[in-house]
Design a protein around this ligand. Structure first.
Ligand code: G6P
Length: 382
């Protein structure tokens, strides 16, 4: 398949712009549009057999890189919405130190390419060691991938296709968003089957999900120019810290990874509450801090106070936060504004300005954004 840049300077930028469409496509594929709490239909249809879910006691997820970050958001959703204990491991760690065998376990491998050697090996090992076990230990393997025809497809018996279309930029953007949507729908499906969410909460989340494409479009249409200008002020910065809490902690990790991958600027993502246990020692006027602060939950005030601790060390503070929040506007020096969405859905919008920030810093530095040095789109060796 020939994929073109269609007027965009880089594939990465084109792929960032494709994200509203990707979210729409995934929602159309996964959700039953005629669902209503009273008509007896399930809200989600992932075409997965019931036996994958029967007596489920825990979920373990293996992945690498950006897929590992999506998995951390997935863990949050599976635990907080569906009440299922969930672990997330780097595939390269899992394969040489697998956890003790537990019964009724679903193992999920997340890999956009379906070809990452460590992820495939971790899944193959898990399948193998569960083969000759009593029924409750038998392997239940699910893959989440953008390439159903990949090696992953041959290894696992069930797949969720992330429908993002081919991604050319080495730094994952639209496939990450698609993985997030897949995890929202999987968690909602499980929550529905296990009745861990009220009909009202279910409806609220589903309604919120359907509004997300327009919220992403808003950032792309209204804010991109502004983010570009802001990014140009950081072309010579040497270190960045990204902080977030709760469901936005993995987004802080992803924001830092995007920046590292394509701009070669040192960046660390941290759960905001951990900053005082180390990274705070790095802070001064030369180290900007990007804080993700979504109102409406237990994390907002906490992140703001962590941000203030950074400000007291002279760091320039950049807030990923809704624009009209008075308190945040006072604390942050600069804003990467996002729409006011429910905190639980916010990763799908908070990651967008971070992708744009990394992109515009790297593009301004004149770097090969789509083919960063030392990195490969899929790592097929150990
Ligand atoms: C490589 C890519 C990353 C990607 C990781 C996992 O390192 O450069 O962008 O996140 O592999 O890839 P996967 O295909 O397994 O999601």
């Amino acid at each position: 398949i020939l994929v073109e840049k269609q007027g965009f300077r880089h594939f990465m930028l084109k792929e960032i712009y494709e994200q509203p469409g990707v979210v729409r496509t995934c929602l159309e594929a996964y959700l039953n549009s005629d669902w209503h709490s009273s008509n007896g239909k399930p809200p989600v249809n992932l075409s997965l057999p019931a036996e994958l879910y029967t007596d489920l006691e825990q979920i373990q997820i293996v992945a690498c890189g950006t897929s590992w970050h999506a998995s951390l958001v997935g863990k949050y959703l599976l635990e907080q919405l569906a009440g299922i204990p969930t672990t997330v491991q780097y595939a390269s760690e899992f394969r040489y130190a697998p956890p003790p065998l537990m019964p009724n376990t679903l193992t999920i491998g997340v890999t956009q390419s379906g070809e990452t050697a460590d992820t495939l090996a971790a899944l193959a090992m898990e399948k193998e060691r569960r083969m000759n076990q009593p029924p409750q230990f038998k392997p239940r393997l699910l893959g989440i991938t953008n390439r159903p025809e990949s090696s992953l497809g041959l290894l696992v018996s069930h797949l969720i296709d992330t429908h993002a279309g081919i991604e050319i930029g080495v730094a994952a953007t639209k496939t990450f968003i698609a993985q997030l949507v897949a995890f929202y729908c999987l968690a909602i499906d499980l929550a529905y089957r296990r009745q861990t969410l009220s009909a009202d909460s279910l409806e609220k989340i589903l309604e919120g999900l359907r509004l997300l494409p327009a919220e992403i479009e808003m950032i792309l249409e209204v804010q991109e120019r502004y983010i570009e200008e802001l990014a140009h002020g950081f072309v010579d910065t040497q270190d960045f810290i990204f902080i977030g809490r709760g469901i936005n902690y993995p987004i802080a990790l992803e924001g830092a990874l995007k920046l590292k991958e394509i701009s070669y600027i040192h960046a660390e993502g941290y759960p905001a509450g951990e900053m005082k246990h180390g990274p705070i020692a790095l802070l001064d006027a030369k180290v900007p801090v990007v804080a993700i602060a979504m109102p409406g939950g237990v994390n907002y005030e906490k992140v703001l106070s962590n941000a203030q601790e950074a400000k007291a060390r002279d760091s320039q503070l950049i807030g990923v936060t809704p624009k009209d929040e008075g308190e945040a506007a006072e604390i942050f020096d600069r804003l990467l504004p996002v729409a006011m969405v429910d905190e639980i859905l916010s990763p799908i919008v908070t990651v967008i300005p971070l992708q744009l920030l990394a992109y515009h810093i790297a593009a301004r530095r004149g770097l090969d954004v789509d083919q960063p040095r030392n990195l490969a789109k899929s790592v097929t060796v150990e």
